[in-house]
Design a protein around this ligand. Sequence first.
Ligand code: COA
Ligand code: AMP
Length: 631
Amino acid sequence: MSMTYRATYDASMADPDAFWMQAAKAIHWTKPPSKALFDRGDNMYEWFADGLTNGCYNAVDRHVEQGRGDQPAIIHDSPITGSKSTLTYAELQTRVASLAGALVAQGVTKGDRVIIYMPMVPEALEAMLACARIGAIHSVVFGGFAAHELAVRIDDCAPKAILAASCGIEPGRVIHYKPLLDDAIAQAQHRPDVCLILQREQERADLIPGRDLDWHAAQEGVAPAACVPVEGNHPAYILYTSGTTGAPKGVVRPTGGHLVALNWTMKNIYQCDPGDVFWAASDVGWVVGHSYICYAPLIHGNTTVVFEGKPVGTPDPGTFWRVISEHNVRSFFTAPTAIRAVKREDPKGTYKAKYDLSGLRALYLAGERADPDTIEWAQNLLQVPVYDHWWQTETGYTIAGNPAGLEALPVKIGSPTVAMPGYDVQILDEAGHPQAPGELGAIAIKLPLPPGTLPTLWNATERFQKSYLTTFPGYYETGDAGMIDDDGYLYIMARTDDVINVAGHRLSTGAMEEVLAAHPDVAECAVVGVSDALKGQSPLGLLCLTSGVNRPHDEITQECVKLVRDQIGPVAAFKTAVVVDRLPKTRSGKILRGTVVKIADSQAFKMPATIDDPAILDEIKAALQTVGYAN
Ligand code: COA
Ligand code: AMP
């Protein structure tokens, strides 16, 4: 008998241990855990810590053993290179065991870190799974980051090996991964022992003797590696995400909890039965890619689609609909930005008419706020439910969503729906008092967080405590603000920190400010996220120049744009900066970023009571108008 959402949620709150031990039965354990939750004191928790399991065995081998060997595990659909291919579970097992064998031959063992810097090819998933197979901890770095960002990650996690491809392909240009990698290693203090390079036919890279090995050559003659059982609290991976400063946070994902929780979501949230085709159109470099391109669908015995292309231009805005119909995708997950991109090029949805989408059950949106226009457009076009859901790199899966596979709740546009099992979501005022329904506040989650969520930050427990656990004692601080209505539906309104969301990509304005401040002519600066019709937000820089500088301003702003692209990467999408005489500040010297955003977006705002000099806002407005804002 299936339970309702309410009964399930209540069970997870009343007896978390029993609830998650039950869910853990769907996972293979070499040694089952004796209990679910381990309280480590100081508000730190772990799940399934005394069990033994293996992520790769659960995602690959056990499906082969249970008769799914001939089922497609990965469909690679790459309109940008004009290729398509399929790997069965049996083929995936052979390839992953072989790659893992090559890592072992290079001395990589349990607990060693391995950086993966790859585009959307099946080998990226094979790399992740090969690490999981031998208990190595992977850290995937998104291809749109510049060498410096890669170097920062190399120094933070000190990888023994790096797995990379020769190149990635963006519309109209080849991304030269290998030179970026060489540059990053040159910038870093830490040196990896070995780099395995996948040579793609679009561009072959020069290999550095003594350090670089060809991906396939490295596997010749080595024994396939077996799965190594690891403790439930052993880190499966580290994924760096943007915080308030330039130093990214290394979110740690524990093995046991992530297997149990991700497996639970595939049916209860995404309505998938084993064998169904599931597609998340994201990138392996983001958390959506980790959880829903690689791990969850494979853990659950689904077929996952690895899509190397864009929503538009590869070759047209019908690409999504082609992939869904051609591969019989049952549940489709993407970011609202991607749907906005399609809508902008094909507002009437004429491309959709060419394809049979009758197999599609639902569209799932996450990664940024889903605006009502986009949701309604997609509902009308696709004639299936559109489910917004809210989560973060830190949690690895849905905090609030619509548990459609358990019980489809009525959709309220503008709300990602309700808290998922294990998440005690509350709205708090500044003093930490719970707010009444309908009142705005900081969104916090009462500890402990459920399994699979971050237990800490890599090598930075103090920073973990300070970033997430200090503001509201006994709670995890999400960094988002919002409210809960009378029906328990959650609404996400804004970030409470300096994180912005550009095309579903999480970026730190603080990191961009650090780069701009390093320009010799910049004395002071501020970066804010202004509204963008396609990308949700886009970064905009305000620059105060060092006194005495009198070069043309557009020369300086162009240098600044280039600096951010070179240091952080094209993904920052930092295209606009403007010179101002001074920045608007409070009397205590805090920059009024929120007010600048409102002025840029031409929204009404209240004069901040603490502003030092109100006249400055007219200057800011005039400056913003010169670059197309505040009109
Ligand atoms: N490697 C190298 N460069 C990359 C890259 C990658 N993997 N991904 C993006 N870039 C580059 C882009 O080419 C672009 O460069 P440009 O400034 O020279 O044009 C820049 O980074 C910014 O990329 P993006 O913000 O993605 O903008 P876009 O104009 O290329 O595409 C969309 C816009 C909406 C089509 C695109 O953002 C998209 O498909 N978004 C889906 C959202 C998503 O996957 N989110 C992940 C979380 S669910
Ligand atoms: P990331 O860690 O990159 O997944 O980004 C997480 C952040 O993106 C959240 O803290 C929110 O600010 C935002 N976000 C993700 N999903 C949603 C959503 N469905 N609605 C509103 N904001 C979202």
